[in-house]
Design a protein around this ligand. Structure first.
Ligand SMILES: Cc1cc2nc3c(=O)[nH]c(=O)nc-3n(C[C@H](O)[C@H](O)[C@H](O)COP(=O)(O)OP(=O)(O)OC[C@H]3O[C@@H](n4cnc5c(N)ncnc54)[C@H](O)[C@@H]3O)c2cc1C
Length: 376
């Protein structure tokens, strides 16, 4: 029996993959019920290939919006990079899907048998016994399991007991995310757009016929709070030099649909597993959102873990899992961290933009495709 802690993107996908492969599991989540918080998220082709394997593709395509073109531009929407996602679609079966995070999670939850998800069960600690692991929850209850999987996110409690030392790094950037309750003008419908300015950037994509998601990233001290009564005005002023569509998005988004998070990641840790306990997703390797790969890598973890369990019954699965995934994931952690630094440069932005505008699309596509490629 596998016990999974955390019903986020990684834990839910693990449950679905285990369901598909007939691996016994139980999933425990601290929230009382599925929570509808969050904004837009991009699911890259590597994530979509796994979600197809897990059998939830139709459900998520029904509530998401396909992005066939990813563009990087200056603040006025003058193109620097224009990447058609159709070659990726031809190669991997999918381009990118933009979807509301709450809808994604609901679609995943609905595909899991109800008796296998236990809500309102916050992990407290574990105890390694002879052949099993005993898990304590904060409500005083307990469960015993052969294997424990910590999918409990960047602030993982499983991680903090398994490895006492780990460091969450602040990127020096804060991010506002909003969902406007209308679609974009038709010419933008299938585009994922990112605009780079000086020390600030703005991105957007349509999520469904009546939702558009945006994000605004600014260099900032950590832990700052917003005065909600003036936040929209503040963002409007901050982005006054950007293309007018930015003002439209900020002005037409309800203040309750704007969230703020500081951008962080997990400084790579030496190991993700020990004996019969393993971390996956953000608990093992939280990634800054600059490449839209944090969730995708959590989803990939679920796939590879499931495959290793059924293919290598007598070996140390968790050790093999770490061996298979460690290099790829940490190279994405690193690349994403530096992408964020370049995207939010305060000076030298003309040179930066000139360089990006002459990078051959082929080179950019090759890099993207190496991330999209789900190798067996
Ligand atoms: C601004 C932003 C934008 C992003 N955009 C993208 C994107 O476009 N594409 C992409 O692929 N990724 C994106 N990401 C990254 C992505 O959100 C994460 O990598 C992903 O959510 C990780 O999934 P997870 O399941 O590991 O962790 P989480 O989604 O954080 O889930 C952890 C779960 O564990 C539960 N939990 C926590 N503690 C306990 C406990 N003690 N007991 C029981 N349950 C517990 C939590 O309630 C939660 O449900 C973005 C991240 C940010 C911050």
């Amino acid at each position: 029996m596998y016990t999974i802690i955390g019903a986020g993107i990684g834990g839910l996908t693990t449950a679905l993959v285990f369901e598909k492969l007939n691996i016994k599991y139980q999933l425990f989540e601290k929230s009382k019920a599925p929570n509808a918080l969050g904004a837009g998220i991009w699911l890259a082709p590597n994530a979509l290939q796994v979600l197809e394997f897990a059998g939830v593709l139709d459900a998520i395509f029904k509530v998401g919006n396909v992005v066939n073109r990813i563009t990087l531009s200056n603040e006025k929407l003058k193109l620097l990079v224009d990447s058609s996602q159709l070659p990726a679609k031809e190669k991997y079966g999918f381009s990118t899907l933009a979807i509301h995070r709450a809808k994604l999670q609901l679609a995943l939850i609905e595909a899991i048998p109800k008796d296998k998800i236990h809500w309102n069960k916050a992990f407290k600690s574990f105890k390694q016994l002879n052949n099993t692991v005993s898990v304590d929850f904060t409500d005083g209850s307990q469960t015993e399991t052969k294997y424990l999987i910590g999918a409990d996110g960047i602030n993982s409690k499983v991680r903090s007991q398994l490895f006492t030392k780990s460091q969450i790094r602040y990127s020096g950037q804060t991010c506002w995310r909003g969902v406007m309750k209308t679609a974009l003008p038709p010419e933008y419908k299938d585009r994922g757009i990112e605009m780079w300015g000086k020390g600030i950037r703005f991105g957007l994509s349509q999520l469904s016929n009546n939702e558009t998601s945006w994000f605004a990233v600014k260099n900032s001290e950590a832990f700052q709070k917003d005065d909600k009564t003036v936040l929209k005005e503040k963002l409007s002023t901050l982005y006054k030099d950007f293309h007018p569509i930015v003002q439209e998005l900020i002005n037409n988004t309800d203040i309750k649909d704007i969230l703020r998070n500081d951008i962080t990641d997990l400084k790579p840790i030496k190991h993700w597993q020990k004996d019969t306990i393993c971390l996956i997703g953000d608990a093992a390797h939280a990634i800054t959102p600059n490449m839209g790969q944090g969730g995708a890598q959590a989803i990939e973890d679920a796939y590879y873990l499931g495959k290793l369990i059924v293919e290598n019954k007598n070996k140390n699965i968790f050790e093999q899992f770490e061996k298979k995934r460690y290099k790829r994931v940490n190279s994405i952690v690193k690349q994403s961290w530096y992408t964020g630094k370049i995207a939010n440069l305060k000076t030298g932005t003309t040179i930066r933009n000139n360089i990006f505008s002459i990078i051959p699309t082929k080179l950019i596509d090759r890099n993207m495709h190496s991330v999209y490629n789900l190798k067996d």
